[in-house]
Design a protein around this ligand. Structure first.
Ligand code: HAM
Length: 431
């Protein structure tokens, strides 16, 4: 019989990689909580209409990339392609606007987009998503960007990333600038790639994002959206930049950074890397001051970002040196025979209840096999109990690397292991 494989664009996160995921998630929680963000957990699917209204009917995500289906009662549902629209839905539904503002929330988990899979791009991928609601002040924009950078700093990845910032004004700017851009691009249409010609008709701002070399000369000479900003948006952007400057945060102003979701106004930003090939955006976000109202809620402003976890994990894997040692169990308890097993079962349980990570053999394998297994697991100490030891209620404690052994009373074993457990294992110093 043939075996069944995972769906295209969907990955398993195997134990060898899961440690990195845990590191990323722990760093995120630590940084976000330092900035006063609380966790919110959201459903993986929503009514299709939420994303159509929130992200925009004409965006690539809504037009081409959603996993939508009718459930058994005929309602159209969609696996979330991002978290912002869902989070706004929850904000409105639960009346969270009564909380002291800004209301700061984060969430993490899988998102689904029917994109062409390649390295760093998947159909089920994972985001860390952060949103701050109800505060229009531009200092918040600078603070949110600082938090994003601090998260990467905590993982030792800050110097692998470049911050790009832009302002796309208000919704009127967007339509005025779109008209300008179309007027500029229309006569040059023949010089654009097929996809850009199609974008020109449907969603002209996306032309600015095109990476095809033949389009670059045209895009480079396109009018800048920054020249179309109304005075209030210009001032907002200047204050954001002043905030970043005050924190000595380096950035590039990138007037082509218009982002692929329709809800953005004013500040937009992205973190890019040169180390992941074509999938160079590790995080992206911006302000979306009209979105909550558009979804039927109060006219509260908002700003946020999402980080692509797979891409962070790829960067971490590149950054880690080969000396990286997995944090596995540190101790293996090796009973030789049934009676020794029965003596060690409660000892193992008691040690584990005190937070020690240990492996227990079942007494059926020979000592050399057990030691070999302990070695492969990378444990630091083996505790061996055979009939001789059992008779004296003792154990042999063996340091795996040196092979040095000593005896100690079984009654003292857990305390001894706890003391030893505080010492770092090989390769773990400084982690
Ligand atoms: P986004 O730019 O569509 O923004 O996605 C954010 C990040 O998710 C990207 O920079 C990338 O790292 C990762 N990502 C996106 N698609 C994929 C994929 N197919 N495979 C792997 N990683 C991917 C948003 O989703 C907005 N909701 C961000 C936001 C929050 N804006 C305001 N608040």
């Amino acid at each position: 019989m043939s075996s069944i494989r995972a769906v295209r664009g969907v990955r398993d996160i195997l134990p060898s990689e899961a440690r990195r995921w845990q590191r990323v998630e722990a760093a995120a929680r630590q940084t976000f909580e330092a900035y006063g963000y609380d966790e919110i957990r959201l459903p993986l699917f929503e009514r299709t209409e939420l994303f159509a209204r929130g992200i925009g009917d004409e965006t690539d995500i809504v037009k081409k990339e959603m996993y939508s289906f009718d459930d058994r009662s005929g309602e159209s549902l969609t696996l979330r392609p991002e978290a912002t629209a869902s989070l706004m839905r929850a904000y409105i539904e639960h009346g969270l606007q009564v909380l002291p503002k800004p209301i700061k929330l984060y969430t993490m988990g899988p998102m689904f987009r029917y994109e062409r899979p390649q390295a760093g791009r998947y159909r089920q991928f994972h985001q860390l998503d952060v949103e701050a609601l109800g505060e229009p002040h531009p200092a918040l924009d600078a603070e949110v960007i600082a938090m994003l950078l601090d998260f990467f700093g905590g993982l030792g990845l800050a110097d692998r990333l470049e911050l790009h910032v832009n302002s796309i004004g208000d919704p009127r700017t967007r339509s005025a600038y779109t008209a300008l851009l179309v007027a500029y691009l229309e006569p040059l249409k023949a010089q654009l790639c097929g996809q850009c010609r199609e974008r020109l008709a449907r969603n002209p701002l996306r032309v600015l994002d095109c990476k095809v070399p033949e389009c670059q000369p045209v895009i480079e000479r396109a009018p800048s959206i920054l020249d179309s900003l109304p005075p209030e948006a210009r001032e907002h952007f200047e204050t954001v930049r002043a905030g970043l400057d005050a924190m000595a945060i380096a950035y590039t102003v990138d007037p082509r950074l218009v982002r692929g979701l329709d809800y953005y106004v004013r500040t937009t930003f992205e973190l890019k890397t040169k180390d992941l090939g074509a999938q160079d955006a590790v995080a992206g976000g911006g302000r979306y001051d009209g979105l909550i109202k558009q979804l039927g809620g109060p006219p509260d402003p908002g700003i946020g970002f999402a980080v692509g976890i797979e891409r962070v994990v790829l960067l971490l894997a590149q950054a880690e040196d080969s000396a990286f040692v997995q944090r596995g169990p540190r101790v293996a308890l090796i009973p030789l025979g049934e009676a020794a097993l029965r003596r060690l079962l409660p000892v193992a349980r008691s040690a584990r209840r005190q937070g020690l990570s240990l492996e227990l053999g079942y007494g059926a394998r020979k000592l050399p096999r057990e030691l070999e297994r302990a070695n492969r697991l990378g444990v630091r100490w083996a505790v061996i109990v055979g009939d001789n030891e059992l008779a004296k209620d003792e154990a042999v404690l063996r340091e795996m690397v040196s092979g040095e052994q000593r005896r100690l009373p079984l009654g003292r074993l857990v305390d001894e292991l706890r003391t030893l457990g505080q010492a770092p294992a090989h390769g773990e110093e400084g982690r």
